[in-house]
Design a protein around this ligand. Structure first.
Ligand code: EPZ
Length: 433
């Protein structure tokens, strides 16, 4: 398996263009199942997870054309030719569960291999199932598959309260509700920017959705949805990851294509940790008047200060930035308490950071990070997308050489990471195992 080798100790200085959001692109690709018309998506990131989703959609009968040079993907599902999402695709990417709602809503029956857990937790799908049952679906789980069948006349709108905030469960239910008969209310809905981007795209396809951006989504079902040409929002997690990169190496980075307001709590924490953050408005209008796409300059010119964070659903501190921020705190002056409230096992990066000399103690959902003077380069192992990138950032901050194995995790979520960092002066390369 490939590995990444970082010879650190050099500040990350330069410009980084932020790609389209992975966690918006995945549900947006699934909307192609809701209509027989063409769906055009722009600003699609070039990631392994996107490839996986396109493979799955192709399996279901989608005609897929992904022009990577134009970052544009055109999909058309004239008819769904296979209603079973197979184990060998689903096991590679949990977001495959996002075909459940759309196929059920369009054709009335679907089977999805039961997604397994992963490094960060068991990640059950009970809310996906309960939400679709509320819309009238008969759902059984047997032989490793979720088997859902809609009523003869189609799904029926319902009022459903999510027991806890779930991003993809909200997205599955929202997509299914667009074609259900009557009114659906989704309470305690996730309001992450990626969920809002999906909702905006569905509205452009003819869906009737109200309350976008709030925790209560109201959907009036329609007969059918038409095609769409939609530009995906930039990836706030990629942007914030490179912001941490600038901070941990005492560098200066200009991040291009950022929706500044989607990272408010993160910017607060990074500023408290000592970074200087400047939003640079753009002359050109954004792709959508609802939000502004700007550039952001991040610079660290002083000691890194210990800063506590607690992860939470949007607009709280994103769980997808917890590992990166922990890497920053390993060399802070003082200490930081990092509390993970979303996933029960999202501290897999702790042991690897400790191998690099970090001083971290985990008690339940909290990790106490006591700052050390420096980390030392060594061999470490990636376990999930965000844990792996936190090791790259830690490696960039050490004067030694760090070798990160199992980097397929990184390629799932970060587009051309070594190219973007090499352009900012980092000595980083990919090597065969
Ligand atoms: C989405 O995962 C993201 N993935 C994750 O990003 C992100 O970490 C997560 O939301 C939280 O923001 C995509 O959007 C493709 P959840 P998702 O359902 O939807 C529990 C990354 O690194 N839960 O919001 O799977 C669950 O166990 C990835 O890009 C249930 O109990 O997360 C967790 O504790 C990692 N039952 C909590 O809810 C359910 O039916 C929140 O999970 C569903 C979820």
């Amino acid at each position: 398996m490939e590995r990444i080798i970082v010879s650190g100790g050099v500040p990350i200085n330069g410009k980084i263009s932020i790609a389209g959001a992975k966690n918006a692109a995945l549900p947006l690709l699934a909307t192609s199942l809701l209509t027989d018309a063409p769906v055009i998506l722009r600003n699609v990131p070039d990631l392994n997870d996107i490839t996986q989703m396109l493979n799955l959609l192709d399996h279901h009968g989608a005609n897929v054309d992904f022009d990577k040079s134009q970052k544009t993907c055109t999909l058309q599902v004239s008819s769904i030719t296979d209603h079973v999402a197979p184990y060998d695709i689903v096991r590679k990417m949990r977001a495959s569960i996002l075909v459940l709602g759309p196929i059920l809503a369009r054709d009335g029956e679907v089977k999805v291999s039961f997604p397994g857990g992963c490094a960060i937790g068991t990640r059950p799908v009970n809310m996906h199932i309960d939400g679709l049952r509320a819309l009238g679906a008969e759902i059984s789980v047997a032989n490793g598959h979720i088997h859902a069948v809609a009523p003869k006349k189609g799904l029926i709108g319902a009022d459903f309260a999510m027991p806890m905030v779930s991003v993809t469960a909200t997205e599955n239910l929202l997509m299914a509700a667009t074609l259900a008969q009557g009114r659906t209310v989704i309470r305690n809905a996730a309001k992450e920017p990626e969920v809002c981007d999906l909702a905006r795209c569905l509205v452009k396809m003819g869906a009737k959705i109200y309350g976008i951006g709030s925790d209560t989504l109201v959907v009036h079902g329609v007969e059918r949805l038409h095609g769409v040409d939609h530009t995906i929002i930039p990836d706030r997690i990629e942007a914030a990851t490179y912001a941490v990169g600038a901070a941990i190496t005492h560098g200066k980075v200009l991040l291009e294509n950022v929706i500044f307001d989607d990272l408010s709590v993160f910017w607060e924490s990074l500023e408290k940790a000592g970074a200087r953050i400047v939003k640079i408005p753009r002359q050109t209008k954004s792709v959508d008047s609802e939000f502004e796409i700007a550039n952001v300059q991040v610079e660290m010119t002083q000691d890194i200060r210990g800063t506590d964070v607690i992860t939470g659903p949007f607009p709280g501190f994103p769980t997808d930035l917890q590992a990166q921020f922990m890497a920053l705190m390993t060399i802070c002056s003082g200490a930081a308490l990092i509390t993970e409230t979303i996933f029960e096992n999202r501290f897999m990066h702790v042991l690897e950071l400790c191998r690099m000399g970090a001083d971290i103690t985990v008690h339940g959902g909290s990790a106490l990070v006591r700052g050390v003077k420096w980390l030392t380069g060594t061999q470490v192992m990636a376990t999930d997308i965000r844990a792996s990138v936190s090791l790259v950032l830690a490696g960039a901050a050490t004067s030694g050489t760090t070798e990160i194995r199992r980097i397929y995790h990184i390629d799932r979520g970060y587009e051309h990471i070594e190219k973007k960092l090499q352009a900012c002066g980092v000595n980083i390369e990919r090597a065969a195992a």
